[in-house]
Ligand binder design. Structure first.
Ligand code: ZN
Ligand code: ZN
Length: 319
């Protein structure tokens, strides 16, 4: 399987080369500006509401100026999954075309724990997660973002190994559709794993040859987990740490949230952008740094009435 990062880098450097020759650009930076995605085309959105049918999440996205969205494809607090009726799939496809929204992300149910030490909960989680994947395939969703798991009464290492086993069990299912599974970096609240880049690396290395896998970084979570983002330099160091431990080629998306709780608090409480402990700096960084500028970004900030303004602000940063 070709690594995504390599492909992007190779095609970008080929493109840069041809532009460099054709326009005799003065520097590589100028070249980069010439091939940059225009701000209005960058994939920025929010976790919109699927109440009344999944297509409504796309329409909600369009109303707030989103070019991508995240949604729950079923009730996130119930085990019993809602199978999507054919007419809902039709409405979804129509809304996808009408809105032009791309790289849709699904967020898995909060009840699922793929690393549970309890047999019954583990099997139930795997069954429900398999249904999540099937719904994503039906909707041709690009990414299924999921919380890696919680150790509860077991050790972190046992939890990581259980997650790996769970993921490997989806090999056949994953190969039958377009959806990539994304480990969400966590704040490390309670006994959850995934709050150290090493945890993410451990899981990815064990499953990457078998299933399509990657990471979604939540800015609030990694900050609460101890990775500083408050200045440009801190952002750069954190990205470098991710590159060293996991590899930026495994990074596919961001959840953009400020944090109500301080650095290393291991508490997951989202705030509007620039209104929390992190501040506005990392959001400027993420909209300009060439390593991450083009990756899809989804707001999960607490006040949906602010999303339209926040999306507009992010596009301004990207200019
Ligand atoms: Zn989440
Ligand atoms: Zn969170």
């Amino acid at each position: 399987m070709a690594e995504k990062g390599e492909e992007v880098c190779q095609s970008r450097s080929r493109l840069l080369n041809s532009i460099f020759v054709r326009y005799r650009a003065e520097s590589v930076e100028n070249c980069y500006k010439m091939v940059m995605t225009p701000p209005e085309k960058l994939l920025i959105g929010a976790h919109t509401s699927a109440a009344g049918g999944v297509h409504n999440a796309l329409l909600h996205g369009q109303r707030i100026g989103a070019t991508t969205i995240q949604l729950f494809t079923s009730n996130q607090r119930q085990w019993k999954a809602r199978p999507l009726p054919p007419e809902e799939l039709v409405r979804w496809k129509e809304a996808l075309e009408a809105t032009g929204i791309q790289e849709v992300m699904s967020h898995d149910s909060y009840l699922i724990n793929l690393g549970s030490p309890k047999e019954e909960l583990l099997l139930k989680s795997r069954e429900t997660f398999a249904q999540e994947i099937e719904r994503c395939h039906g909707l041709e969703i690009a990414y299924l973002n999921f919380h890696p798991g919680a150790a509860t009464t077991g050790s972190e290492q046992e939890c990581l190994d259980q997650i790996v086993k769970s993921l490997l069990s989806f090999e056949k299912l994953c190969s039958s559709g377009p959806t990539r599974l994304l480990l969400e970096a966590t704040a490390g609240q309670g006994t959850t794993v995934g709050y150290r880049f090493d945890h993410l690396r451990y899981i990815i290395n064990a499953v990457k040859e078998t299933i399509p896998i990657g990471v979604c970084i939540d800015t609030c979570h990694i900050f609460a987990a101890g990775y500083d983002l408050r200045t440009k330099e801190a952002c750069d160091e954190t990205l470098q740490a991710f590159e060293k431990v996991v590899g930026l080629n495994h990074l596919y998306a961001f959840h953009l949230n400020d944090s109500l709780k301080p650095l290393s608090s291991r508490r997951d409480r989202h705030a509007q952008l620039g209104k929390g402990e992190i501040g506005i700096e990392p959001f400027k960084f993420l909209m300009t740094d060439p390593r991450v500028r083009d990756l899809p970004k989804y707001l999960e900030t607490p006040d949906p009435s602010m999303w339209s303004d926040e999306i507009q602000m992010l596009r301004e940063f990207a200019k």
